[in-house]
Ligand binder design. Structure first.
Ligand code: SF4
Length: 180
């Protein structure tokens, strides 16, 4: 598997940064999951990809352990000031588009790879998630988030040589693709 080439492909899609990711830098923490329960993002208990239905921290660890390597990516945006919610929202959407496009490309052009995508928020594949009334409509398309899996995003970025804090008036969204 040519990880450097896959990073180049991620940059071509539009991510601002892309680096190879070592799976041994992933340390899942219960504290991150506890922050999900505070429900600032309003996704807790609303989606199959989020806690509690995304599995216990041990189940998330088992999921991650199946992979040998990966790619970690960022989309960054320049804000006018701390209240530039328009750019925050636009950068989030851009990141989400990059995430979907790159995942599609990986699956289409590299069918030999088993990919576990971990995104920046809850799974948005369907307009409305079936949770909790019916099983996930597309289990093979379901995307867990990095935080829902217990990853400390800034820690894992730094451990893989990816700058996380880009300075005053910047916003940064992260994702990773574990590969085998
Ligand atoms: S694929 Fe659809 S039903 Fe399944 S977790 Fe994602 S949004 Fe929910």
């Amino acid at each position: 598997m040519d990880i450097a080439k896959l990073c180049e492909e991620a940059l071509e899609i539009g991510f601002t940064l892309a680096e190879p990711m070592r799976v041994d830098t992933i340390h899942l923490r219960e504290e991150v999951r506890e922050m999900c329960a505070v429900n600032k993002c309003h996704a807790y208990q609303t989606n199959w990809s989020c806690p509690p239905s995304c599995g216990t921290i041990e189940e998330c660890q088992e999921r991650v352990n199946r992979y040998e390597t990966g790619i970690i990516v960022e989309t960054t945006g320049q804000l006018e000031d701390d209240f530039d919610f328009e750019t925050m929202d636009a950068t989030s959407k851009l990141h989400s588009n990059h995430f979907v496009e790159f995942l599609k490309k990986l699956r289409k052009e590299h069918p030999e790879l088993d990919v576990l995508p971990l995104g920046a928020g809850e799974c948005t594949h369907c307009k409305k998630c079936t949770y909790p009334d019916a099983p996930c409509r597309f289990p093979d398309k379901l995307c867990f988030s990095m935080e829902a899996s217990g990853l400390v995003v800034n820690e894992v970025c730094t451990a893989n040589g990816l700058k996380y804090n880009h300075g005053k008036d910047t916003i940064c969204y992260t994702a990773c693709f574990l590969l085998e």
